[in-house]
Design a binder for this molecule. Structure first.
Ligand SMILES: Cc1cc2nc3c(=O)[nH]c(=O)nc-3n(C[C@H](O)[C@H](O)[C@H](O)COP(=O)(O)O)c2cc1C
Length: 362
């Protein structure tokens, strides 16, 4: 199997796409009220035109008070619909499948930005929150949060996207419910991994019920985050649980797919382990540190059905189309400002990328 081979999602018909996915990338280009800027639309559409089988937006917030940073994309209100529709329409003119990544910051939604005390599964602290503890969510708040995720997904559907990716990775709210350390609840929302996944499961069920039968639901998780209490065995079990539900794709965020699992350096890769528990009808997406054709092929050989990339697509928007060449080795960072401008990054995004070590030539 190659990343350039086609894959079909029967839920949306018989059209096939290749097996490349642009992973969600926050780019800080949204307006203050969460509406999309023309720069954000332009940068994403350029990648879709570059041949990505699946294109994911930046993380987009489902409530106004769950924001993790400024310039964040929002899907919490109808005032965001015109921009979303414009983006979906332009993506729809390409071959790509379009997903909006939806999330809530939870304990990573600072008061300075949101004007309210951050909330989470339990009372937690987080670096960068000025020492403020989160407030444990009341049952009613959990239910209305599920409703916010559902309304956000409906808005994405109305705008014309093919589906959503639920952001259950990287220690944001869904992930905080999944983690044994961040979720210490003793009611029906905490306990073993099945109980800790209830919040995510109810979001999936609610979105599935509210949206039409051709709306895609992908789920992104982090396989291991020790400090949140996300452990590999639990994550494998979580995937078994989720794959019994009506989801369309499962995405593991590995940061570095080549890195061996700590404590089991000679064991199988994360991708291989997950591929062994995922049923064949649910595609596994794996992302992290893939750069060239050989990396992509290695990941497919480990059992990924779809290869996810982020950083390489910033510098090389046509990356998927170039994969035809099995010796393709795109230039590595640092990239000059002129190059990044030429591939449709605005000054705001370029400035943000300066925070990523060695990415922008300075
Ligand atoms: C600029 C930037 C912004 C990112 N924003 C998000 C995000 O909004 N949501 C998310 O799940 N991951 C985000 N990530 C992580 C990427 O999706 C990806 O998993 C990670 O960069 C590793 O893949 P790569 O080595 O191909 O870049 C971001 C990464 C970068 C470089």
């Amino acid at each position: 199997m190659k990343a350039t081979d086609s894959i079909v999602f029967p839920r949306i018909g018989s059209n096939s796409v290749n097996r490349t996915l642009l992973a969600a990338m926050t780019n800080k280009q949204s307006n203050e009220d969460g509406t999309l800027s023309s720069e954000e639309i332009k940068w994403l559409v350029r990648r879709a035109k570059g041949g990505f089988g699946i294109t994911t937006t930046a993380a987009a917030n489902v409530t106004e008070t769950g924001r993790g940073w400024d310039g964040e994309m929002g899907v919490w209100g109808d005032h965001q619909l015109p921009g979303l529709t414009n983006m979906a329409n332009q993506l729809g003119e390409t071959e790509t499948i379009s997903l909006v990544q939806i999330f809530h910051g939870g304990m990573r939604a600072p008061r300075e930005l949101n004007g309210v005390q951050p909330i989470s599964a339990s009372k937690n602290t987080e670096a960068g929150m000025n020492g403020e503890y989160t407030r444990e969510m009341a049952e009613g708040e959990i239910n209305s949060m599920i409703e916010s995720f559902t309304q956000a997904a409906l808005r994405c559907e109305k705008a014309g996207f093919h589906g959503v990716e639920l952001h259950g990775a990287h220690s944001y709210l869904i992930c905080q419910f999944l983690g044994a350390i961040t979720n210490r609840r003793e009611d029906g929302w905490g306990g073993d991994i099945y109980a800790r996944s209830r919040f995510l499961r109810e979001i999936i069920e609610s979105i599935r019920e509210a949206t039409s039968s051709n709306f895609l639901i992908a789920v992104r998780i982090s396989p291991i985050i020790e400090k949140a209490g996300i452990y590999l065995e639990d994550s494998l079990e979580l995937v078994r649980i989720l794959c019994d539900m009506d989801i369309d794709m499962l995405h593991i965020s590995c940061w570095d797919v080549f890195q061996p699992v700590e404590g089991d350096e000679n064991g199988p890769s994360l991708t291989k382990r997950f591929s062994e528990v995922i049923p064949k009808n649910i595609p596994l997406i794996s992302t992290g540190a893939v750069w060239d054709s050989k990396d992509a092929q290695w990941l497919m050989d480990e059992g990924a059905d779809i290869v996810g990339v982020a950083r390489v697509a910033i510098g090389h928007p046509n990356w998927p189309n170039k994969l035809i060449d099995e010796n393709y080795q795109p230039q590595r960072p640092p990239f000059s400002v002129e190059h990044l401008e030429s591939v449709d990054l605005s000054p705001v995004f370029i400035e943000y990328m300066k925070r990523w070590r060695n990415f922008v030539l300075q």
